[in-house]
Design a protein around this ligand. Structure first.
Ligand code: BV8
Ligand code: ZN
Length: 252
């Protein structure tokens, strides 16, 4: 891994301009500068004493659906109040968008609200509720105000079968949506440049994608203030935030 100096931004821009097919692989760090806490950051406030990996699991849902639904409702309220940041906007405004595929681990809709389309959501979407039994999609529910969020909130129930509605995300221990995973593998296998932005590279199988790209000859550029599990794969690592570095590489 080459720790990138500012002058390497020119080298990275040359790689981007010359690339035939680019993949952006984003994680929770992309939304950090929009005020959305990253997944591994300590839980705050009402949720400080809960393990997010436990809440984001079928077991957590089984044990206490009202606690899990309240946690997701608090996250939905936070995302609704957030705005896309300069990193999201640089991806949407990039001149290279036509030959770029965006694959995200994030469940928020900030990429879409910045103007990106055709986003591959590996871990589902926060606002895509569905019935936990029959899978019937459930229309977005009215959100409470931020100060009215209790620590437990009974989920709505399915109009078709009466079962509880669940968040449309992929929980730990659940398989990724086949179509999303297949598209992600196809893009990672065919790209010649991957920008890895804002991910610790801890969660599998998503974190396999940069390795797949590398094995197929792609260059890897990482944007993360810290080193990650993927940094050893990076040809260039910018120790910078997404909102600062993505505009420098995509819009300069
Ligand atoms: C599965 C939705 C098959 C829910 C999420 C090996 C193979 C397969 C599975 C496993 C395996 N090993 C372990 C597993 C199990 C598990 C797993 O990976 N566990 C981890 C904890 C080890 N994987 C699974 O269960 C997956 N399913 O494998 O299915 C299967 C099926 C049945 C039976 C057996 C097997 C499903 C995983 C999906 C989990 N759902 N999200 C929700 O959000 O509530 S994952 C969750 O973590 C979020 O989506 C988040 O995006 C994602 C990944 O984390 P990151 O995005 O990287 O975020 P993180 O906080 O970790 O890091 C942020 C980074 O940003 C940091 O590096 C930081 O430095 C940086 N940063 C901070 N600020 C900025 C910044 N960077 C740039 N700019 C900034 N400003
Ligand atoms: Zn149902």
């Amino acid at each position: 891994m080459l720790a990138a100096r500012l002058s390497d931004a020119a080298l990275a821009r040359d790689w981007i301009a010359a690339a035939r097919a680019i993949v952006i692989f984003s994680g929770a760090g992309l939304s950090a500068e929009s005020g959305i806490p990253t997944f591994r950051e300590a839980q705050t406030g009402l949720w400080a004493r809960f393990d997010p990996a436990r809440l984001a699991s079928p077991q957590g849902w089984h044990d206490d659906p009202a606690l899990v639904w309240a946690w997701y409702t608090a996250r939905m309220v936070r995302v609704r109040a957030a705005l896309p940041n300069a990193g999201h906007c640089a991806l949407a405004q990039s001149a290279h968008a036509g030959r770029t595929a965006l694959i995200t681990q994030n469940v928020d809709d900030l990429h879409e609200r910045a103007g990106c389309s055709d986003v591959v959501h590996l871990h589902g979407e926060l606002f895509a509720h569905r019935c936990s039994r029959c899978g019937e999609p459930h229309a977005k529910t009215a959100l409470p105000s931020a100060d009215a969020i209790a620590q437990r909130l009974e989920p709505p129930h399915c109009g078709r079968c009466g079962e509880r509605i669940r968040p449309g995300v992929v929980w730990f221990g659940e398989s990724l949506p086949e179509p999303a995973w297949e598209r992600a593998v196809m893009h990672a296998s065919n790209c010649d440049l991957m920008l890895v932005a804002g991910t610790s590279g801890v969660v599998q199988p998503a974190a396999r994608l940069p390795l797949l790209a590398k094995r197929n000859g792609a260059r890897i550029i990482e944007i993360n203030p810290l080193a990650s599990e993927l940094s050893t794969l990076a040809d260039l690592h910018f120790a910078a935030t997404a909102a600062v570095q993505l505009p420098r590489l995509l819009l300069a």
